[in-house]
Every structure is written in C-alpha cells, then in structure tokens.
Design a protein around this ligand. Structure first.
Ligand code: NIG
Ligand code: FE
Length: 411
C-alpha cells in the first residue's frame, strides 16, 4: 500500500510499541529506540515503521517525503490531567502563597478554586473558549496532541455544562484531541460549608445530566474538601452510570485516596504526594495508574510524590501538567518532563513512557494513541534534540521542531 507521507531519516525513533498494558517497573525504562528509522502514514494512521532502506511499495506518485534530518521522534505527547477551561487567573494570591499561606487555607478563605469558580461563572462561552484555545495552542507547540480536560469551576450544573461544552467545541475545532472529565466535586461551595453532604447529593444528581459530555468522573478527595466516604458515594454512582473514574488523591494529607482508587478500580489516581505505601501496593494490584503532577509540587513548593517507590512496587506511572490557574499555571509539558527527572528521579526513558503510552492508558485511549505502531493515529513529535536525554537535560526551553496530528503537520 502507498503511503500519503513518509518521515525519513529519523535519528532516534522512540516507538513505545509492543506493550499490552500500561508499562510497569523495568518496562518503563527498557524502551525501543530505532536508529535511522522512518514512519509511513496513510489516512492519518501509521502504515509502517521501519529502519534503513524504505520499502519500494510504500512510495507512490502522491507520497510526500519529509526529512527528519537525524532528529528524535516520539509519539505525540499525552497530557492526562488538565483544568483547561476556566475563567480568570490567580496572580493576586501569589504573594500569599510565597509568604507561606497553605493552598487549602487560601481555599478556606474563599479564594483558590472558589475564586476561579466566580471568574468562570462570569465568563461567557466565547471568553472561555478563546482563553482555553490560547492554552491549547501552547500545549500543541510543546508537543501535546491529546489531553484530558476537567470541568470543576462551576459547581452548579449550568456552569459545569458550559465548561464541558467549551471543551467539546475545542475538540471539534482544534487539532488537539480532548477527553472530558466531570469534576463537579472540586470544592464545597461556601453556601454548603455547613452541610457538605447536601452538596455531595447535588453532585450525584448532576451525574446523569452530563453523561453525553464527559467520559470520566473525578473528585478532589482531600482533608477539608471531599472525604473518602463522600468521594466513594459519588464515584460509585458514577461507575453505575458507566463513567470511568479518576481521583485527586492524597495530594496534601494521606487520607486513603490511593486505597479508595484501588477499591473502586479507578483508571487513575492523581497527585499522590502523600500516598501511603499500602495504598501504592493496592494500586499496583488493582492496575490503577499513578498520574503524578510534579509541576504542582514545584509550584506549591511542596514535596514530590514518591515515584521511585511506585515504580519499584509495580505501579504504572504517567505524568501530567495539571494545568490550572491555582496549583500549576503552566501549559509546558516539557517542563513537567524535566521535573519528572529532576524532582521525581525518573530516567528520561521512564519520563517518555509516562507522557506517551502510560498517559494514553490513563485516559483509556491506548488503543489509538501513545505509541508509534501500525494502525494507531499518526500523532508524532519531532524534537530538535540528538537523543532523549537532551530533552530532560536542557531544561526550560521548547525542544519541539515539528508536530504531526493524524499525519498532518500542525506545528
Ligand atoms: O489538581 N487540587 C485540586 N485541584 C487542582 C487545583 C485547582 C485550582 O487550584 O484551581 C489540582 O491541583
Ligand atoms: Fe488537578
């Protein structure tokens, strides 16, 4: 079969192919890197992957040939945890934060997430769309071709729906693919402070109403926010309705979020800076992905999650920006990758696994993205770097040379 496009002369082709589940332990480190390789694309999908001489049958009259000039090519990066759609920003809380006022204390004073809830309520659909689009453009420039986007700045049905509809429209109009998550249980609105269980009931009532707009349901399970029992109630109902599950778990206090994610067989548990070793073991046994967000540790000036322990225990690790206006205002996935090495002590191979195939599993899309193998979407990043180590070593800059989304050059 003739290819529409062949990218040739790839110095290092990181394929991530051949795994039949999320990569764990040494599988995260032992990745395939093909030298002098090429990738052939047909109808937006990968037609062939090879090394050296390009098979004659692939080249027809209309085949375009792009020269990767010996650079490094990886699967399109996947960012499996973002709060992409929101109104406003929170630099007004920056001085408080650096003076040492804790994140949860700012929230308790009515700031933090609740301040973004106000801005999101006030913003029109178009304002939210344009702001999120600007961020999405940046993410794509840094190599992200698929991401997850959460609601959670409405805390009431109409505004949650507005956020999810913005994400839906962006998914239809922007090259980056978006997987949506309903995070109605992101904070307790001030008016429910005295009876949070009533708000939990309200979130449970919202679940069937957003079914067409979200694939996942997530809860901020944290001391002072949603307890383990409240989280269990919401997520059990979500599961009955056919949603897949995620949790913001054990970010600040180890209250048993990791353990709950295992009990509910969630797709991922995210943050985990305070997760217990028992919780990690249960996650490994129940195949829950640990989606670690080192940018949040960095930006909150807090500890990093114990990624080495998780990998040792056989938990599959993915990495994500957590892009949001409070705990991690950055779209830059490459900075997150660098913090994956410098903060979490992950090797460059583990980091790349964590932002490609394991990240694809974290949003249940590994059947179509996350690796360069025949039949999957031709989402590819060409990095202006001679090897993968260089991407983690030379930090704080954008290494992307080109991005292909379903075989089309988009950056
Ligand atoms: O993942 N921790 C809870 N939610 C977000 C932060 C949201 C915000 O501060 O606006 C997070 O860190
Ligand atoms: Fe988050």
């Amino acid at each position: 079969m003739r290819a529409d496009l062949i990218i040739k002369n790839i110095g290092n082709l990181v394929t991530m192919r051949g795994s039949n589940g999320p990569r764990v332990k040494e599988e995260m480190n032992n990745i395939e890197i093909l030298k002098n390789a090429y990738v052939a694309v047909k109808d937006g999908k990968i037609l062939d992957v090879g090394q050296g001489y390009i098979v004659d049958e692939l080249i027809g009259e209309n085949t375009q040939i792009h020269d990767a000039k010996g650079l490094t090519v990886t699967p399109g990066l996947v960012d499996p945890h973002t709060h992409l759609v929101h109104g406003g920003s929170r630099e007004n809380e920056f001085a408080l934060k650096i003076s040492g006022v804790p994140y949860i204390e700012i929230l308790k004073r009515g700031g933090g997430i609740l301040s973004t809830v106000k801005s999101t309520k006030e913003a029109s659909f178009d304002e939210l769309y344009n702001k999120a689009k600007k961020s999405l453009d940046i993410m794509l420039e840094y190599g992200v071709t698929t991401l997850e986007a959460k609601s959670g700045y409405g805390l009431e049905l109409d505004i949650e729906v507005k956020q999810l509809e913005v994400a839906k429209k962006l998914n239809e109009t922007h090259p980056v693919d978006i997987v949506s998550t309903f995070l109605g249980a992101h904070a307790i609105p001030t008016e429910y402070k005295e009876n949070p269980d009533e708000f939990v009931n309200l979130v449970i009532e919202m679940l069937p109403k957003v079914k067409d707009l979200a694939e996942f349901v997530d809860v901020f399970c944290e001391e002072g926010v949603f307890s383990v029992d409240q989280t269990r109630r919401i997520l059990q109902r979500a599961k009955e309705l056919g949603y897949k599950l995620k949790l913001h778990a054990d970010e600040i206090v180890p209250i048993g979020g990791a353990e709950l994610s295992a009990e509910l067989k969630a797709t991922s548990a995210d943050h985990l800076m305070a997760a217990s070793e028992e919780g990690m073991k249960l996650m490994a046994q129940n195949k829950v992905i640990a989606n670690i967000l080192p940018g949040t540790s960095f930006n909150l000036m807090k500890n990093y999650a114990n990624a080495r322990k998780m990998i040792e225990l056989g938990v599959a690790v993915s990495l994500s920006t957590d892009y949001n206006p409070g705990s991690c205002p950055t779209e830059n996935i490459q900075l997150i990758m660098q913090l994956g090495s410098l903060g979490l002590k992950m090797t460059p191979s583990e980091v790349l696994t964590a932002v490609t195939i394991n990240a694809a599993y974290a949003i249940d899309k590994a059947h179509e993205i996350g690796s360069i193998e025949v039949g999957k979407k031709a989402d590819l990043v060409v990095f202006d770097s001679p090897n993968i180590e260089y991407i983690m070593y030379h930090f704080g800059i954008n290494h992307v040379h080109k991005v292909y989304k379903e075989g089309k050059l988009v950056v």
